[in-house]
Design a protein. Structure first.
Lengths: 469, 335
């Protein structure tokens, strides 16, 4: 079985599959960790019970999501070796240290303080506990920093040289880390994580408001989440635009694929809204396009010439249809988020924020939108980098392990079966937790002796600390 | 500029990370392996709670071991991972089941048994795969140029099965002595009993692996038995005998802490034995640490991070253990 299959295609399918499952959890936990830190800070500052209830409510959800992120992440750190050993040998000296720094500065920080964050409030008191929450939140952001630096270097490699063994080596570490696309990608991804979390929080809040619009917890979380959508969705669209211009500068072929520009346009390229990219024929079938708008957006001038894929050798074309469509899905989601943010602001200003069923239904429907946008965005940028692993320098076919197709196929099937079984169960448990509204006296993941948990407030915690001195 | 051999420094750092992993995740996985021997829900809750706050940090050392290997010895990582393809995949999938079980089993009553089985199965398979991988590395892999050139079942030999089973026994012993330290009453008594059984099994396993290793390669035989090496290498079995005697005594006297830490000492000695066999190879008999080493500037760049951060990491990890110190009382689980 699988003898006739291409091991490289199977290895790519495996990476895409395991990566897509993995990215969902960090995208959620980066935002959620920061949200938890904000909730705990608000509780410490105001002493209002609703904040600690919300904190414990989302902490239980965080624990489940974080666990799934950890186990799917370990798979990624070994997959470079198992399926992409030639890549590891050649590129390991450059991106290996970046990932090692991610482990040292982020993973340990998150994991080391996670136990205290989840189970330690009564053992260490509110202030130290807040420190632990903060460390976990900072850890998730540091993690994003390093892994996006490594990924960005693969997209826009700078600061490197090649040694006698054919390995990439760093000539200038600062240029490697702060490569041209990194700042744009980092901002775009962290904002995406925040938006993703806000949309989930908002959907959960909306779900409970639809059933009872007087619940304190859902009102607070819905309001916080909608502020996030109102403020961050426009910023994200701006950041995405800047990221796109950066891509045009450094990876023009990716933009050609995203835009479906097979042909060059000497005096202004159109913006193709929809169509069916036909890679073989080198054209977009049934294209619906706005003349000159492509040049206006990308070059800020309607008559600016734009080169197309006809200027690029065919063997260097990425799969156009995938990049074209995933990009449109991402942008579509972004526009819907903008609409939700705008509508919620309107309702807020007109005093119908907690009463508008339309707004609540819209917010509920938008719950998964962040995940869809994140996945679509990653597919756009990764597929757009093809047929290279290190853009322009190392081909994907030259990166794979010397494995027989049956080995890769077997492991791919095993991953598909296990991931669907495990993560389906996990998502069901998450939805079950979200389906119950937060209530007064909410417990965290800790089921520690219930008698003591009743009277935990910042004031009481401070008193305990005072007594201990 | 002081002449330091970066490859040797990094070999010790990777070895250290892997050893810390074995020490810390060893008892976690051991608890999973012992799970079927504690069928009561109540006991299982307590067992889970002894490691619930720390397991994630423990597992992170495995990521450092793998990530560090890729960064510091990319050639070794690139050769070994395809050579160990199946054991690695099995280990990763085992760790998926084991890891999610920590959270999932508290989120459902109907399916709790399913996740208890996942916890056991995941722990068992991950451990077996790690042990098999170790044996497969020791017996050497087929390398051509900068690539693994063997088949995808080369790792499977009687020797690698022996090391796989040995590690299962070893982790089970770590788990049992951990429970002795962290629990009370009837649960602890059962853990004592199991510690005896798995200690005897572990001694058998150490003897079997020690006897089999020299037959894998003539180099191993020379390393251990050639004069004057034997003056040094003979210290290892002597130390094993001493630690074993202390361990037996601590179990007989029903001490709380000593059995666990003496078991760790036994692991450390076995690990040192492995180091003696392998050095200076990172892929035995094919690639030395110097051949596999990443360019100096990669190793130096990371050395700053390791020197500054590992002490910090050990510090806050110790703090987390301190926060959750002492016996886990049945009535005050974290969950």
């Amino acid at each position: 079985m699988f003898e006739g299959w291409d091991a490289v295609v199977l290895a790519r399918a495996q990476f895409a599959f395991t990566m897509s499952f993995h990215i969902i959890f960090p995208a959620f936990s980066i935002g959620l960790a920061s949200y938890l830190a904000v909730l705990e800070a608000l509780w410490l500052a105001t002493g209002r019970e609703v904040y600690i209830n919300l904190f414990h409510y989302w902490l239980k959800i965080f624990a489940v999501a974080f666990g799934m992120g950890v186990v799917s992440g370990i798979v990624m750190s070994y997959q470079f070796g198992t399926n992409w050993s030639a890549f590891s040998d050649k590129v390991g000296p450059v991106i290996g240290p970046l990932m090692a720094y991610e482990v040292l500065t982020a993973f340990f920080l998150e994991a080391g303080f996670l136990g205290v964050m989840l189970f330690g409030l009564k053992r260490v008191g509110p202030r130290l506990h807040f420190l632990a929450t903060l460390m976990v939140a900072i850890g998730t952001l540091i993690s994003a920093f390093w892994i996006l630096s490594a990924n960005s270097w693969m997209q826009t490699p700078t600061g490197h040289a090649v040694n006698a063994d054919g390995q990439f080596i760093a000539a200038d570490w600062l240029k490697v880390i702060f490569n041209p696309s990194f700042p744009y990608r980092l901002v775009h991804m962290v904002l995406a994580a925040y938006l993703t979390t806000a949309l989930v929080v908002g959907a959960v809040g909306a779900y409970h408001l639809l059933r009872d619009r007087h619940l304190a917890g859902p009102r607070v979380m819905f309001s916080m989440a909608m502020w996030m959508a109102t403020l961050v969705a426009p910023i994200q669209i701006l950041a995405g635009d800047q990221h796109g211009l950066n891509t045009l500068e450094h990876q023009p072929v990716k933009i050609m694929a995203m835009e479906g520009h097979f042909e060059s346009h000497k005096d202004g390229a159109p913006l193709i809204l929809f169509g069916l990219p036909n890679q073989t024929a080198g054209r977009v079938d049934f294209a619906v396009e706005v003349p000159k708008l492509g040049s206006l957006i990308l070059k800020h001038s309607p008559d600016a010439p734009m080169a197309g894929l006809d200027t690029v050798p065919r063997e260097n074309w990425p799969p156009v249809a995938i990049a074209f469509w995933s990009f449109r899905i991402m942008v579509g989601m972004g526009l819907l988020m903008l609409a939700l943010g705008g509508l919620s602001l309107l309702m807020r200003l007109t005093g119908k924020f907690y009463d508008s069923r339309l707004l609540h239904m819209f917010a509920l429907a938008m719950g998964p939108a962040g995940f869809i946008a994140v996945l679509a965005g990653w597919i756009t940028t990764e597929v757009g980098r093809q047929p290279f692993t290190v853009y322009g320098l190392l081909r994907t076919v030259d990166s794979a392990s010397p494995l027989a197709a049956p080995a890769v196929a077997s492991s791919l099937i095993a991953f598909i079966i296990v991931y669907f079984a495990v993560f389906t169960a996990g998502v069901i448990y998450l939805l079950r937790l979200m389906a119950a509204p937060p209530h007064p006296g909410e417990e965290g993941p800790s089921h520690d002796a219930p008698i003591r948990s009743a009277g935990i407030t910042p004031a009481a915690g401070a008193a305990v600390e005072g007594a201990a001195e | 500029m002081i002449a330091i051999d970066l490859a040797i420094v990094w070999a010790f750092i990777i070895a250290f990370a892997v050893f810390v992993y074995v020490v810390m995740d060893g008892f976690d996985l051991g608890l999973g392996i012992l799970f079927p021997l504690f069928p009561e829900k109540h006991d299982r809750d307590v067992i889970m709670n002894t490691v619930a706050p720390v397991w994630d940090g423990n597992e992170t050392w495995l990521v450092l071991g793998g990530g560090g290997l890729m960064a510091a010895f990319p050639l070794a990582y690139a050769v070994l991972m395809p050579a160990l393809y199946t054991p690695m995949i099995v280990m990763l999938l085992g760790l998926v089941f084991r890891g999610v079980a920590f959270e999932f089993r508290w989120r459902t009553t109907k399916e709790r048994n399913k996740w208890d089985v996942a916890f056991f199965g995941g722990s068992f398979l991950a451990t077996l795969a790690q042990g098999i991988a170790l044996g497969a590395i020791l017996q050497g892999v087929h390398v051509e140029g900068r690539h693994y050139a063997g088949g995808w079942w080369d790792w499977l030999t009687p020797f690698s099965i022996l090391t796989g089973v040995s590690l299962v026994i070893g982790y089970a012993l770590l788990g049992a002595t951990w429970l002795v330290m962290k629990t009370e009453g009837e649960l602890r008594d059962r853990a004592y009993h199991l510690s005896w059984i798995f200690l005897l099994a572990m001694l058998g396993a150490i003897a079997a692996v020690s006897l089999a290793t020299p037959f894998l390669h003539v180099q191993y035989t020379q390393r251990w038995f050639a004069w004057p090496n034997v003056l040094l290498t003979a210290q290892v079995p002597i130390a094993v005998a001493v630690i074993t005697a202390l361990l037996l005594r601590s179990l007989a006297k029903k001490y709380d802490y000593q059995p666990f830490f003496l078991t760790l000492a036994l692991f450390a000695l076995s690990y040192a034995g492995l180091g003696i066999s392998m050095f200076p190879y990172i892929v035995p008999q094919s690639i030395t640490i110097w051949q596999a080493a990443a360019p100096a500037n990669s190793q130096i760049f990371m050395l700053f991070g390791v020197a500054g951060l590992i002490p910090l990491i050990l510090g806050y990890t110790a703090w987390a253990y301190w926060v959750f110190r002492g016996k886990v009382k049945p009535e005050s689980g974290y969950h």
